[in-house]
Design a protein. Structure first.
Lengths: 485, 157
């Protein structure tokens, strides 16, 4: 390793810090700005996760008073397994810093909202410490954490440019309200108002949710939305969030930087791996995987391919293969570092050992055929299951990489004869039928109606398939090992 | 085709994927005390000024430029650290010569080094961030490395 680069690395070590997006939104004036004098309120605001992008096709909002819909959490429809898995992953990856810990198995579908030109289901889940998380389908979501001191309204919104001007106007709102809020009303610069639908969800959620587009007629400076107001059943205002608009060409005066105490950086190495530890050795690296979730990588005799990667950016990771809510996948932690001869990191979330494998992934330009056989630069299985996973993933990746490579994508949609001619130029084998299998490590293909079916068999015997019709992938089983499109 | 402004979601995506790299460059440029604030401010500016992003280059490069501007503003601030003290800091206090040598580099050379080494940006991206040509980046980095090597030969070789 270049000594100068090594010195640079020591001067400012890489971290795995993931920032605080809520604070960015608040500083930018998007959503509710935290009040520095009210730290508990600010903390809650920071945990509102980000607003998703959406193209806007304003839907009508009923101008009359809208009574809120009350939903009983316990009798609501359970959320799909994929949503439960996402809530579970959210808890794992947020780690101990926020202590969110959604009780993913309890996730429920509690309503449907129309905004952004689509209908979006709302899923909610309680968290271990008394808060909750929510997500609008294909849109925004967030979490509150315990102790959760509700304020009447928490708002996120999107704004867009008013056509022909440098001014902006709110175009879409989403948010949560406390239990006493019966109505959520948008107020406009022209004095008019409109109610938006509110769904209240009973304990353990015990909060209301709203989401709506702002009507197109309020997309002028004279008529744009100015505030969202939370009202009780008698029309009394319980709280409000106001919109802060800045003309796009106007640079607001620079906000004096917050002089906050910096968060503790993981400058010191974590504790050593604890016993009972698992040990593995492969591809020139050994790893000790501690029962405490600490992993120590140590270079041994590196193969030339790995030696050349020293000093380049890689991802170290260790994982456990799990089936959560019926969905199989590798769950673990990956950290981005420069490849060095020894490295230690810690699992970000709660996951009991034993682990199934560790690896070092490098970015060196993946082309088909991959120079490393579609394996990661370093793969260290810690269990038989981990060994099978690495083998299966390599086969799935190889197949996916081939099918989605630029040159193959160019010929995938050709008529049968032209497709066959095009595929003839690759080192792959033609199969007698789409149900046949090629030799292990080889890709096979057979013509099928409107296209072709590609097959690769892993060393474990597992068979991966991608069927292409009219140039599009219509059937595959390479997930979760690889992506193909 | 009219240029499209950046969306908040796209900016968030850059933040979530590359926060650690942005923070590392800011720590190199400003030191730990100011770095987090600088990154937060750069992304907040990105959101506030997203409508002025014209899609003339990668969004990430545009945000890198905002961070460079924020760092420059901070360094002009009377409370910013003096070069060579905390401007490049970290646990390796045994590298005072290197810290001093980096602090002595011209601003552009120092930023180019940080963007190359800590952000892992390629020459094209660094050129876009600093508003110079690709060849200028190569020359700038070469000059910076030579300066450091000359200053530090006896220290780190």
């Amino acid at each position: 390793m270049n000594t100068l680069e090594a010195a640079f690395d020591e001067l400012v070590p890489a971290t795995t810090d993931f920032g605080d997006w809520g604070d960015v939104l608040a500083r930018a004036g998007v959503g509710e700005r935290p009040q520095p004098a009210q730290p508990r309120r600010r903390r809650r605001a920071l945990l509102f996760l980000a607003v998703a992008a959406a193209l806007l096709a304003p839907a009508a909002i009923v101008a009359a008073i809208l009574a809120r819909t009350n939903v009983i959490f316990s009798s609501s429809k359970p959320a799909p397994n994929l949503v439960k898995k996402k809530f579970s992953d959210l808890g794992f990856h947020s780690g101990s810093r926020f202590g969110i810990e959604p009780l993913a198995a309890l996730a429920r579908e509690v309503g449907t909202f129309s905004f952004g030109g689509h209908r979006h289901k709302l899923w909610v889940v309680p968290t271990r410490r008394g808060g909750f998380c929510w997500t609008f389908e294909r849109s925004s979501g967030g979490c509150t954490t315990a102790p959760f001191e509700r304020s009447p309204i928490g708002l996120s919104y999107l704004e867009d440019l008013i056509e022909g001007t440098i001014d902006t106007a709110a175009s879409q709102i989403t948010g949560i309200v406390e239990r006493g809020v019966e109505r959520v009303q948008v107020r406009y610069a022209d004095g008019s108002t409109s109610d938006v639908p509110v769904v209240y969800v009973s304990p353990p959620i015990d909060a209301g949710f709203f989401a709506a587009d702002i009507p197109a007629r309020h997309f002028t400076k004279a008529t744009r939305a100015t505030a969202v107001v939370a009202l009780d059943g008698g029309g009394r205002e319980l709280g409000r969030s106001t919109f802060r608009y800045e003309p796009s060409a106007h640079r607001p005066p620079r906000r004096p930087p917050l002089r906050t105490r910096p968060a503790t950086l993981p400058a010191a190495p974590p504790a050593p791996p604890s016993e009972p530890a698992q040990r593995g050795l492969s591809d020139g690296f050994s790893v000790v995987a501690g029962a405490n979730g600490v992993f120590a990588f140590q270079a041994q005799e590196l193969p030339p391919f790995v030696e050349r990667l020293i000093g380049t950016s890689v991802n170290y990771g260790c994982f456990k293969l799990v089936r959560e809510f019926g969905i199989f996948g590798a769950k673990g932690t990956y950290v981005s570092r420069k490849l060095s001869r020894s490295e230690t990191f810690e699992m970000s979330g709660p996951l009991p050992h034993p682990w199934d494998g560790c690896e070092i992934q490098a970015s060196y330009g993946h082309r088909w055929p991959d120079r490393n056989g579609s394996h990661s630069a370093v793969e260290i299985p810690l269990t038989a299951t981990g060994r099978r996973y690495f083998a299966d993933r390599a086969a799935a990746r190889d197949l996916a990489l081939f099918v989605r490579s630029r040159s193959v994508k160019e010929i995938r949609g050709r008529p049968p004869d032209a497709l066959a001619r095009g595929l003839g130029s690759y080192p792959i084998v033609r199969l007698a039928s789409p149900d046949a299998s090629p030799p292990a490590g080889k890709i096979g293909w057979a013509p099928t109606p409107g296209g072709a079916t590609f097959v690769e068999r892993s060393r474990t015997g597992r068979r991966f398939v991608v069927e292409v019709r009219n140039g599009k992938v219509v059937r595959t089983n390479v997930k979760p090992y690889a992506f193909v499109f | 085709m009219s240029p499209s402004p950046a969306t908040i979601a796209a900016i968030e995506d850059v933040y979530r994927r590359h926060y650690a790299r942005f923070l590392r460059v800011a720590r190199a440029a400003l030191g730990d005390d100011l770095a987090r604030d600088a990154v937060q401010e750069a992304f907040a500016r990105a959101i506030r000024e997203r409508l002025s992003y014209r899609g003339e280059g990668p969004l990430e490069a545009w945000i890198w430029r905002l961070l460079v501007n924020v760092c420059a503003d901070e360094r002009r601030s009377p409370i910013a650290p003096a070069p060579g003290t905390d401007a490049v800091n970290g646990p390796a206090r045994e590298w005072p010569e290197l810290r001093g040598a980096i602090a002595a580099l011209p601003e552009r050379q120092r930023l180019a080094l940080f963007l190359r080494h800590y952000a892992d940006l390629d020459y094209e991206s660094i050129a876009a961030v600093l508003g110079v040509r690709r060849g200028t980046v190569a020359a700038t980095l070469h000059a910076a490395r030579e300066s450091l090597r000359q200053a530090l030969t006896e220290v780190i070789s």
